[in-house]
Design a protein around this ligand. Structure first.
Ligand SMILES: NC(=O)c1ccc[n+]([C@@H]2O[C@H](COP(=O)([O-])OP(=O)(O)OC[C@H]3O[C@@H](n4cnc5c(N)ncnc54)[C@H](OP(=O)(O)O)[C@@H]3O)[C@@H](O)[C@H]2O)c1
Length: 332
């Protein structure tokens, strides 16, 4: 995160979500207005999502946590208006949970007229991530089966819809929140699996949902115990030669940061594990294409997502609030 101090215009202030110590929630405070360098633009922020990445950075548990404090929060793309009046999604290394932020033209993407700023800002991170995980990391082919572990979250719900849109033959949604899980067939899930059950029951349900063949692709937003139980459904005890591939894409760690992995599973199944994140991102043009597609699907009403719009001044009150499948969006 940039040091806000070096961008000060004397006297001018704005409201921003300011983090003073790792492990605390940020407060809405007045800070100096950021000033743009020659190749930068000042953008009027209209909507900034509050994501698990923001929480993990503020908690100091993410590798990209700020090393210099105080810092303005807001690491995901936000929506805003450029000086020429155009509505854009933009990246702001100096933080976007503020009334104003600094960006570059190259980091801005237009928002379609029919997509609201808060929804556009909220969909970008989970939507593009799900798209990349399916297309770029898993190489999903039409007709293949997909399991979404952690399908009740904002990202998981979008992953179910995007997998269907990309031609998955069968999409199974697994999660522990029964209320949200019950809504997932309406988003395209062909079957749901409850994870709030004893391990044996979950193992049995996952095997039954997979059918005769192992899942082709697994998007994992949970890791920890649920992913461990899923992995234990793979592999065979015989020595038959067979070919199978289950491409598991690791995306989030809602259930735990580590996993016990038996070597036997890797030798007796087609399990392949890759991650999806900043260290293996596709080229910029592929990312931009994914964002265009996701925004286009929203504009066409193909993708659905729920947002809760909250004034920026209430950032501290809502920082740890679990929205149960809805994304909180801070409105400056
Ligand atoms: N790598 C990337 O590019 C990328 C992009 C987007 C998201 N992510 C990561 O993906 C994860 C999910 O993101 P999100 O935006 O969907 O989060 P979210 O909207 O906050 O949803 C989290 C979901 O996880 C569920 N959950 C939590 N602990 C669980 C457990 N032990 N077993 C089963 N379900 C559990 C919650 O269910 P309850 O309602 O029951 O609590 C909730 O539905 C996060 O770790 C996020 O950082 C990564």
């Amino acid at each position: 995160m940039h040091d806000v101090e070096h961008q000060i215009t004397a006297g001018a202030v704005m409201r921003a979500a300011v983090l003073r110590a790792l492990g605390e929630a940020p407060r809405c405070e007045e800070v100096p207005l950021p000033r743009a360098a020659e190749d930068e633009e000042v953008v009027r922020v209209t909507a900034c999502p509050l994501t698990n990445l923001d929480r993990a950075r503020a908690a100091g548990t993410h590798f990209s946590a700020p090393t210099r404090l105080p810092a303005v929060c807001g690491a995901s793309l936000a929506a805003g208006t450029l000086p020429d009046g155009s509505r854009v999604l933009f990246r702001a290394p100096g933080g976007a949970m503020a009334e104003w932020a600094v960006t570059r033209r190259a980091w801005c993407s237009p928002i379609p007229d029919s997509v609201d700023d808060a929804v556009a800002a909220a969909v970008q991170n989970p939507g593009v991530s799900a798209w990349n995980a399916l297309e770029w990391r898993a190489g999903l082919r039409p007709g293949e089966s997909v399991l979404v572990l952690g399908a009740t979250g904002v990202a998981g719900q979008l992953a179910v819809q995007i997998a269907k849109h990309l031609g998955a033959g069968r999409v199974v949604a697994a999660g522990r929140n029964p209320r949200v899980l019950a809504e997932l067939p309406a988003l395209g899930a062909d079957a749901v699996v409850r994870l709030d059950r004893p391990d044996d029951a979950v193992r049995h349900a996952l095997r039954a949902a997979a059918g005769d063949q192992d899942f082709d692709v697994v998007l994992d937003y949970l890791w920890g115990r649920p992913a461990e139980v899923f992995v234990s459904t793979l592999g065979s005890a015989d020595m038959e030669l067979r070919f199978s591939r289950t491409r598991l894409v690791q995306i989030g760690v809602m259930a735990g940061p580590t996993l016990n992995l038996s070597a036997e599973v890797l030798r007796s199944s087609g399990l392949e594990i890759v991650g999806s994140g900043t260290g293996n991102a596709p080229p910029a043009e592929v990312l931009a294409g994914a964002l265009d597609q996701v925004l286009g699907l929203l504009a066409d009403g193909v993708l659905r997502m729920e947002v809760s719009r909250v004034p920026l001044t209430r950032v501290r009150d809502v920082w740890d609030l679990d929205q149960r499948g809805r994304r909180t969006v801070l409105m400056p």
